[in-house]
Design a protein around this ligand. Structure first.
Ligand code: GLP
Length: 250
């Protein structure tokens, strides 16, 4: 686990980690996340790309999730977020980035297609993750089976409330989403989890010290052999149990 100072520290550390990962291979499949936490990381990666330090020409990307019912052009869709904040500023070819299609006519079929595409592309090498205040990863809400694959979820009220800040009103926040499942996420070869802000303290504390259980989806990460956690001091202090070493050596 790496503890960093503030948003800038987090963004730099995470971007460097991703660039180092890419340097070691000719091609890579990245799993990507949305939310406010990785915004700075994408900014930093764009800056590094513009300085000639990294190319995404041989990178395929798969996002974790997408709201059901929002068009790609909707400013709150994750398609829009990824294009605006990352893809349109780097050299990843259009046919190499993927998000679940939340407007698909047959949403169940879309979940299978998405899983198949990930498999056909060789599986995810590095999965970038954020964490919800209730411990969700992707949109896998508390209680989701650890055996879950890409599926449709009903969003928790707490998640809709937390994400309402991006919408005009809470009623506009979709009630459903497509998300990669816990098992799909755990299949990534490496996982990079970013945790920022004191409101994530409780979820971080569960991740570090709590029992592994489906009530707190992020605890599934403890079953994975290669997870790197980058956490800002605010979240770390809010989570810290004095005198206790945690599992990630912080
Ligand atoms: C959303 C996303 C998650 C994200 C989480 C935390 O619900 N589906 O992938 O990790 O929110 O978001 P934030 O980084 O804005 O706190």
């Amino acid at each position: 686990m790496k503890i960093v100072n503030g948003k800038d520290g987090l963004a730099k550390e995470a971007a460097n980690y991703i660039v180092e990962h890419l340097k070691k291979r000719d091609a890579s499949v990245l799993g990507l996340a949305t939310g406010s936490t990785p915004v700075g990381t994408y900014k930093e990666l764009i800056a590094m790309h513009k300085e000639g330090k990294v190319s995404f020409a041989n990178v395929h990307t798969f996002n974790l999730d997408e709201y059901v019912g929002l068009k790609n052009t909707d400013t709150n869709s994750y398609h829009y977020y990824m294009k605006e904040l990352f893809f349109s500023h780097i050299d990843v070819p259009e046919d190499q980035f993927h998000l679940p299609k939340g407007t698909a006519e047959d949403i169940e079929a879309e979940c299978h297609t998405y899983e198949k595409l990930i498999r056909q592309t060789g599986g995810i090498d590095l999965q970038l993750l954020g964490i919800g205040t209730n411990g969700h990863i992707g949109f896998n809400e508390p209680g989701t089976s650890f055996q879950s694959r890409t599926h449709v979820v009903t969003l928790d009220e707490s998640t809709r409330e937390a994400n309402a800040r991006f919408f005009d009103a809470i009623e506009d926040v979709p009630t459903h989403a497509i998300t990669m499942g816990i098992e799909s996420i755990l299949e990534a070869k490496d996982i990079l989890l970013l945790v920022a802000g004191k409101e994530k303290g409780e979820a971080l504390s569960e991740l570090l010290y709590g029992d592994v259980r489906e009530d707190i989806p992020a605890t599934a990460l403890r079953k994975h052999p290669s997870v790197t956690v980058i956490v800002d001091t605010e979240a770390y202090q809010a989570a810290k149990i004095p005198g206790e070493e945690n599992l990630y050596g912080g």
